[in-house]
Design a protein around this ligand. Sequence first.
Ligand code: GLP
Length: 251
Amino acid sequence: MSGTTLDAPLVPVSPTTRVLACATDEIGEVAADVVATVAPDGVLGVATGSSPLALYTALIRRRDEGLSTERLRLFALDEYVGLDADDPRSYAAYVRAVIAEPLGIPNDRVRVPSGSSPADAEAYERSIVEAGGVDLQIVGIGRNGHIGFNEPGSDAETRTRVVELDESTRRANAEHFDGDLSLVPARAMTQGVATILSARRIVLVASGAAKAAALRSALLGPVTADNPASFLQRHRDVTVVADLDALREDR
Ligand code: GLP
């Protein structure tokens, strides 16, 4: 394990969750140590957002140093409804520019949810199954405990579907839309909680005090749809890579 991991300031309820507490600038390398184990040809579930950026940077550096990543297969967690895949604000564009292209992964090995019909959602679920399932799923956590776009109220049985985004989520993401809330799509297609939990391993990355309350109740609180990340307590192999601000008491 690279970097110096610090003692975790909290002990998760679930014995199958391990917490790697580290300095903010070590998150990428520590998470990459875990994620790189699916190379060279595993099925990697990828999250968007700012939390995993350092992890992707670390993977790209490792590719430059000889890690073989071209044969990985990628499945994204979610996508806005109504944004074209060519729109730079779409998650399809993020996955291409930030992950797939720098890792040398061709388009035919990359899947991002698209469309808005139940048939589109079912097709996405099927494509994951046909790939043999996700070996390792990277997730971030929303300030309200969402994983993917599974907002509070999403239960453990949910599968890929179209959801309405919470206003708080749209506000948090408005920075990617010139700060204009009215430009943030109201709906998204997301893998469900059950879809995420079907991955063989899960790595959650979180940093900063804004995530502390959600992360703390996800790890220590009851398993409840009020905090969809708490369902991770039911998974058999979860690694949380987080900085001390994200792991401290709520504030
Ligand atoms: C977004 C995404 C999630 C992401 C989360 C946190 O809304 N749908 O997949 O994990 O919010 O984003 P960030 O890491 O930028 O805080």
